[in-house]
Design a protein around this ligand. Structure first.
Ligand code: GLP
Length: 238
């Protein structure tokens, strides 16, 4: 694990965007693993700026997202499909047919992992981290998950996601997520953690025992994992 600590969230996110951009510049037909969440918004904004400056070409890139809610239509503004369209896909020259998110209407987990393999595997997987240490929607559990699968969200995740929904009853309780095995198969993993509310989870992920009780800790076993954190998220690590 390689840990880089930046003075603020903006700088940490720009560093993440730079790593993705470097991959795309080195190989235009790269396969990018993408993530959603508030943390990633400045990452995508930085990629869009680089694209508009003429530095990036997404026309041959393929993308696979980590997860999607079950029970939220793809065209709902609350879906992760909509998030990706808003923050990245509509603003760069990626071909929509080369973008892929798990299908919240169908439990097509096996087909999703097969599509990733058929594309040659993920070159760089972008990740955030949940307050409880989840990655994608792999919640704390008794065992690590393997492939893409349907999950029941932890209470803490439902509470964290409530900010996007009008009423707590509207917050989805289920999602489809790439599994820990799907994430670990990426050739490189870039995890971005910003803000004080991620400090405990990041401490566990980097220094704690490798345990499915804190799913991000499995990244200690990944051969090429870069963690980009701001000072607040890293405050228990320094
Ligand atoms: C959701 C997503 C995760 C993301 C996490 C953190 O649960 N499924 O992929 O890492 O939220 O989100 P945020 O960046 O908004 O804190």
């Amino acid at each position: 694990m390689e840990l880089h600590i930046y003075p603020d969230a903006q700088t940490a996110c720009e560093a993440a965007a730079t790593l993705l951009a470097a991959q795309l510049i080195a190989r235009g037909d790269s396969v990018l693993g993408l993530a959603t969440g508030s943390t990633q918004e400045p990452v995508y904004a930085a990629l869009v700026r680089m694209y508009r400056a003429g530095l990036l070409d997404f026309s041959r890139a393929r993308t696979f997202n980590l997860d999607e809610y079950i029970g939220i239509a793809e065209d709902s503004p609350l879906s992760y499909h909509a998030y990706m369209r808003e923050h990245l896909f509509s603003k760069v020259n990626v071909r929509m047919e080369n973008t892929c998110l798990p299908d919240g209407a169908n439990d097509g987990g096996v087909a999703y992992d097969e599509a990733i393999r058929a594309a040659g595997g993920i070159d760089v997987q972008l990740l955030g981290i949940g307050r409880n240490g989840h990655i994608g929607f792999n919640e704390p559990a008794d065992a690590f998950t393997c492939g893409t699968h349907a999950v029941t969200l932890a209470e803490d995740t439902v509470a964290a996601n409530a900010r996007f929904f009008a009423r707590i009853e509207d917050v989805p309780r289920r999602a489809i997520s790439m599994g820990i095995g799907s994430i670990m198969a990426a050739r490189r993993v870039v995890l971005v953690a910003t803000g004080e509310n991620k400090a405990q989870a990041l401490l566990g992920a980097v220094r704690g025992p490798v345990t499915p009780c804190l799913p991000a800790s499995v990244l200690q076993l990944h051969p090429d994992c870069v963690i980009l954190a701001d000072r607040e998220a890293a405050k228990l690590l320094v």
